[in-house]
Write a protein of this length. Structure first.
Length: 222
């Protein structure tokens, strides 16, 4: 039975979701604001998180950013805000999908099934091995040959992004948005600093991180 966390400040909506999704075979946990949702995700794992955007205490956007610091669970935003900028804000804060109210419960259920199925399929690929480097996302572990190396969370995320996008040039802006968040207001050269540290940690395998002049970085064969 798949576990879904539903977060909405309106009790009738929460109960409607619980009753409908439970009838469809899901195990549903309810929370009333973003702060409660973040707390529950720290206590247990879910297969899908559904967040309302406009909530008291902590809104859905803030909650999503907090959850993304430790979880890659798929997140679906629900909102009465349906303008282009509203939807873009949702994706930039880390959601996987966005649905505008009102909507049929059958559509919500189908989205739940699709998002969970896709996530479960991707979860099977938690381990990436390329050119003698093995990255285990589930255990946050990286080995070069037979030697485990220590990486900070940002460096681990950076290496993961590079390896998952092998042979693709990633711009500094893309890396900043994915790892530091779209609202990061520091210098984009922070990416260069972390690349330098990552190369040092990888030793001789650092040759696979290529600098693309005028572009960014790419993970390739030597």
């Amino acid at each position: 039975m798949y576990k879904i966390l539903v977060c909405d400040d309106e009790i009738k909506i929460r109960e409607t979701f619980r009753d409908y999704l439970s009838a469809k075979g899901f195990d549903v946990t309810l929370t009333a604001n973003g702060e409660e949702a973040v707390s529950r995700t720290r206590e247990e794992d879910f297969d899908l998180i559904i967040l309302d955007v406009m909530m008291p205490v902590m809104n859905g956007l803030e909650a999503c950013k907090e959850i993304r610091k430790t979880k890659d669970t798929p997140i679906l935003f629900l909102s009465a805000l349906g303008e282009e900028q509203d939807i873009l804000d949702g994706f930039r804060n880390g959601c996987d999908d966005y649905i505008v109210k009102p909507f049929p419960m059958s559509v919500l259920t189908e989205k739940c099934n699709v998002m969970i199925t896709r996530y479960k399929g991707n979860s099977l690929q938690n381990e990436i091995s390329l050119y003698g480097i093995t990255l285990d996302k589930s255990r946050k572990k990286v080995t070069v040959g037979n030697t485990e190396i220590e990486l900070s969370n940002k460096m681990f995320s950076l290496l993961s992004m590079l390896m998952e996008n092998k042979d693709i040039v990633l711009t500094r802006e893309q890396i900043l948005t994915k790892i530091w968040g779209w609202d990061f207001d520091g210098d984009e050269r922070v990416v260069d600093t972390h690349i330098k540290k990552l190369r040092k940690a990888l030793g001789e395998k650092a040759v696979h991180i290529k600098t693309v002049i005028g572009g960014g970085y790419s993970f390739r064969e030597e």
